[in-house]
Design a protein around this ligand. Structure first.
Ligand SMILES: Cc1cc2nc3c(=O)[nH]c(=O)nc-3n(C[C@H](O)[C@H](O)[C@H](O)COP(=O)(O)O)c2cc1C
Length: 207
């Protein structure tokens, strides 16, 4: 099995939750866009002020989790951002430790890809919001495993949550009401309330 078998396509970007170990071996998780180069080669463009970057640079590996949970995308994007693992966005009950590389796997994952860092180059990126440093990291796919049955019916709430998570992780709140409206209409009531509770508990600093 390779990453093409689970929906990755050469030249496209797939949203995964990247899991790594912090220095104290607590687990870290963050959504990241994965660019596919080949069936066994991927690229991450990771901001160097994130824990994911520090952990990847130190451990030289990570796990890419395929998940469909709107709450998890939001939670891991808006909490514990670049804090050196002080505030854990996930805890040891959320993960499976036994993997082929030194990285945890989310219990929620429908599939997992184990990646080994081959190298990275840093560059400075300027957009209209900020200037930031990004590492372009090339990874070799070491293993691909399907953990749960895959087919998932489309629910707009997931896509709304992912788009909102992207905005909030960049300090932009203008789209919040619009995406919450989609989630309110499409998610289960309990799931929506959980998302609302999360968003009420975090402070997003507008850039
Ligand atoms: C769908 C999605 C994709 C993202 N892709 C990236 C990415 O490719 N590179 C990056 O540096 N941050 C990306 N982010 C933002 C990080 O997930 C966010 O900054 C996160 O809090 C970093 O956490 P960490 O410090 O624990 O690594 C993305 C966020 C979302 C919601």
């Amino acid at each position: 099995m390779n990453i093409f078998d689970i929906g990755f396509e050469k030249g496209s970007i797939t949203e995964c939750i990247v899991t790594t170990y912090n220095e104290d071996m607590s687990p870290n998780a963050a959504p990241m866009g994965i660019f596919t180069l080949r069936d066994d080669m991927i690229v991450l463009r990771v901001h160097t002020d994130t824990d994911t970057y520090s952990n990847l640079a130190r451990e030289k590996c990570c796990a890419l989790n395929i998940v469909f949970d709107p709450y998890l995308f939001l939670k891991t994007a808006v909490t514990g951002q670049g804090d050196g693992g002080k505030e854990n966005e996930i805890c040891s009950e959320d993960i499976i430790r036994k993997t082929g590389v030194n990285a945890p796997v989310l219990k929620e994952a429908f599939a997992v890809i184990e990646g080994e860092l081959l190298g990275y180059k840093k560059y400075t990126r300027k957009d209209r919001y900020r200037t930031s440093e990004v590492a372009v990291a090339k990874l070799k796919v070491r293993d691909v495993r399907v953990l749960k049955e895959f087919p998932r019916a489309v629910n707009r709430g997931l896509y709304a949550a992912i788009e909102l998570a992207v905005d909030l992780s960049r300090g932009r709140t203008v789209s919040k009401d619009r995406y919450l409206k989609v989630m309110k209409r499409s998610l289960r009531a309990g799931e929506y309330r959980r998302v609302l509770g999360l968003l009420e508990s975090v402070e997003i600093v507008e850039i």
